[in-house]
Write a new protein. Sequence first.
Length: 283
Amino acid sequence: MLKMKKLFSLTLVSMLMMTMMAGCGTKPAEQPGAGGGTPAKPEAGASTIEAIKKRGKLVAGVKYDTKLFGLKDPGTGKVEGFDIDMAKRLAKSILGDETKVELKEVTSKTRIPMLQNGEIDIIIATMTINEERKQQVDFTDVYFKAGQSLLVKKGSAIQSIADLKKGSKVMAVKGSTSAVNIRAKAPEATVLEFDNYQDAFTALKAGQGDALTTDNAILLGMVKQDPNFQLAGGNFTDEPYGMAIKKGDSEFVAYVNKFLKDMNASGEYDKLYEQWFGEKPAK
């Protein structure tokens, strides 16, 4: 009997040791994102605003290739533009300091996945509000009104969208509403898609196509980069920009909407708009 009790005790000790070893084998804690950045994803049950305050910074998805909205200077590494300043003002509203913002590069193709997987808190990146995107994200109120147009070289035979016939080549950006719209408006034209606006503009300057299409405000930034190009034919769509927030996060949407209303009421929005676009916004 004593022998059986001893055997039982040894078995129990062995089982306890195995359990402890299994516990030690759990996966290691997650490391910060590439470059030492802190993941934007909030803890379970925490609101986005609580997560931002706990982290001590807002993580905003912005463009790095769009002059006037978000453009990175290759020499200084600094990103500047209207969207960048809006992100800074939002950080100031939440945290009391506009420098407490991390700017993460997004493209038209990557911005929604990055928001959905928690890499960023908000998209502030020339994003047009439309029904398809509303199925994937929640939008704030409109913060910028744009319209799709065409960019051509001065002296081009293309003066409007009606001139885009069979054989015409038009540059657009992957994942943008512009690529969808131009196929509907000029079905005979060939659409060449690029990863970002700078690649598309470089291709246009190299003579790989006849026109580049996106929102007029973005195209005006390209004209400032190279005055040998001009807009043609006016706007042929309405492109209302919204800031995008993770689906179902109504608290954060309400907060940002109030922030936008306060910006308008104080005159700060008009000031920023005029700084970047040289004129007051149409009311």
